[in-house]
Design a protein around this ligand. Structure first.
Ligand code: F6P
Length: 319
């Protein structure tokens, strides 16, 4: 391939810019033309496309968000929308596409592949909920952002001898919750992969208090419940003053960590190498620190493995 496109889609994630930069610079290095598509699949349908060069990705490595903007498109999910998108790609002479995004974006990429248009997908989402890869771009930064917040909340929670439930992102995967519970020394953890057992949690809080713990931090993944609803229940059941903190979109922003920038750079480079060799319909992933790729349909069908060992570790260390 000599002319490729790149877009970001779905929820933004820190490191997406580093991935765009890697795609653009690798393509230029390999004498390929590269076109940036704005606003994801929505912009693709409308033809919001500009050629990119080495300079258009300068000074973005340290920036969160995505310089190409992102959007969700209902029209793209229809046959009419897909047809329009492929027409636009053909009009611009784009032969292959790099899609950077999460699960929903991968389904859009698969729709294009099934209609004969080659796409390579790169996992960019803070949730770390893509089964085929051990890490997604943005996850490490989000974990560090949450950790900073936990450490600040720890100061006030110990001063007031309270319990604080901190709600973090993760609709289907508790990865942000598990990693931050371990790193932040949380006393409890609630995730969508495990049944919600409030009595068990309250028993742990009470046992901790009886052993001399004067405060507790509980990490709750959004897919497991609402912090504001649990606040009163926990206060009533434990008799400890309880507060809720919903971290929300702060988790999606900020400068990417070095780990995310490096992961994004490696994945972006690999995606272009695949397209250069006329290989499409792939998802780029990292396994055992090696950049690998999978068939996109197989990748989407893989069940996300629950990291039981890390969850157990979080529980053991939180006593
Ligand atoms: O997919 C990432 C994520 O951050 C989820 O954890 C969260 O529920 C969702 O995006 C929110 O997305 P938005 O409000 O932008 O649609």
């Amino acid at each position: 391939m000599k002319r490729i496109g790149v877009l970001t889609s779905g929820g933004d994630a820190p490191g997406m810019n580093a991935a765009i930069r890697a795609v653009v610079r690798t393509a230029v290095y390999k004498d390929m033309q590269v076109y940036g598509i704005r606003r994801g699949f929505k912009g693709l349908i409308k033809g919001e496309i500009d050629q990119m060069d080495v300079k258009s990705v300068g000074e973005i490595l340290h920036r969160g968000g995505t310089i190409l903007n992102t959007a969700r498109s209902e029209l793209f999910k229809t046959e009419e929308g897909l047809k329009k998108a492929i027409n636009v790609l053909n009009v611009f002479g784009i032969e292959g596409l790099v899609v950077i995004g999460g699960d929903g974006s991968f389904r859009g990429a698969l729709d294009l592949c099934e209609r004969g248009f080659p796409v390579v997908a790169i996992p960019g989402t803070i949730d770390n909920d893509i089964a085929c890869t051990e890490q997604t771009i943005g996850f490490d930064t989000a974990v560090n952002t949450v950790l900073e917040a936990i450490n600040k909340i720890r100061d006030t929670v110990t001063s007031h001898e309270r319990t604080n439930i901190i709600e973090v992102m993760g609709r289907h995967a508790g990865d942000i919750a598990i990693y931050t519970a371990i790193a932040g020394g949380a006393e409890g953890i609630l995730i969508p992969e495990m049944p919600l057992d409030i009595d068990k949690l309250c028993k742990r809080i009470i046992e901790g208090r009886n052993r001399g713990k004067s405060s507790s931090i509980i990490i709750l993944a959004e897919g497991a419940g609402k912090a504001v609803e649990l606040e009163k229940i926990i206060e009533e059941k434990t008799g400890m003053e309880t507060r809720a903190t919903v971290l929300g979109y702060i988790q999606r922003g900020g400068s990417p960590t070095a780990a995310d920038i490096i992961l994004a750079s490696r994945m972006g480079y690999h995606a272009v190498e695949l397209l250069e060799n006329d290989i499409g319909n792939r998802v780029v992933a990292i396994r055992r620190n090696q950049i690998v790729d999978y068939d996109i349909k197989e990748a989407l069908d893989m069940p996300k493995e629950f990291n039981q060992d890390l969850y157990n570790l979080a529980l053991v260390l939180s006593i």
